[in-house]
Design a protein around this ligand. Structure first.
Ligand code: IPE
Ligand code: IPE
Ligand code: MG
Length: 236
């Protein structure tokens, strides 16, 4: 098991993105309601935020709810949003104390007033923090995001001259650096409509551990795997 002292720790990627998958199967394996799996998933998320902040990751982006997750039962969907509000409210003080800056990427249109105001409160309170930037992808879909950017562009004079960096600025994360490392726990090896533009050259690390069981040690293992990769970006 990877267990580094701060000194031995391999170079930490600037931006880590995580597809938090496996909550449902975790609950199924225990014969408990899915809600409990999502709850355990939130606990895992908070641990990973704390850890990422401690080891000096600059950006952590988590996939919390996709544009396709609306296909699930209303009960499951509203449970996920309720949990999110609960955790955001409960953890806000500690996040703020640890200088974490929170933002949310995705389409806010369908969010209830309760969700919107909990998110706005979190974003407002933490907006001047200089520590870890914690990006929550909520009602996020990469295709919807790219389409949104294309529509914004279509309404301007610039569409003929836009370059890749200019187009990226129209996406939710603006001029934030792309993820260096994309982690997907939960056993599946696919992107599921997450950050399609931004992960063009990200290193991918998959793990069979279900998200609620994902620990800082697992995260360190992913960073260790990342550190052993040779990134070439198409060059030599
Ligand atoms: C990920 O866990 C959380 C969300 C998609 C909201 P899942 O709920 O997809 O868990 P599995 O894949 O069914 O195990
Ligand atoms: C991806 O997981 C979305 C989130 C983790 C929020 P899914 O469980 O929705 O992805 P698929 O359906 O297995 O591709
Ligand atoms: Mg899943």
């Amino acid at each position: 098991m990877a267990d580094f002292s701060a000194k031995e720790r391999p170079a930490v990627p600037q931006h880590v993105a995580v597809i938090m998958d496996g909550n449902g199967r975790w609950a199924e394996q225990r014969g408990i309601p899915k809600y409990k799996g999502h709850e355990a998933g939130m606990d895992a998320m908070i641990e990973i935020v704390r850890h990422a902040s401690n080891i000096g990751v600059k950006h952590l982006t988590v996939y919390a709810f996709s544009t396709e997750n609306w296909k699930r039962s209303m009960e499951e969907v509203s449970g996920i949003f309720q949990l999110l509000i609960l955790y955001v409210n409960r953890e806000l003080e500690e996040l703020h104390r640890n200088k974490v800056r929170v933002d949310v990427l995705g389409d806010w249109t369908p969010f209830s007033k309760q969700v919107t105001s909990a998110l706005n409160r979190t974003i407002d309170l933490t907006k001047n923090n200089a520590g870890l930037r914690f990006h929550i992808a909520l009602n996020y879909g990469a295709r919807a995001e790219i389409l949104m950017a294309a529509k914004k562009l279509a309404g301007t004079e610039r569409y003929q001259d836009i370059d890749e960096a200019g187009f990226a600025k129209l996406l939710y994360m603006g001029d934030m650096p792309d993820p260096d490392l994309l982690i997907r726990p939960g056993g599946e090896q696919r992107i599921s409509n997450f950050l399609l533009w931004q992960t063009a050259y990200s290193e991918l690390v998959f793990s069979d551990v279900l998200w609620p069981d994902y620990t800082p040690q697992e995260f360190d293992k992913a960073i260790e795997a990342f550190a052993a990769r040779g990134r070439r970006f198409g060059g030599r």
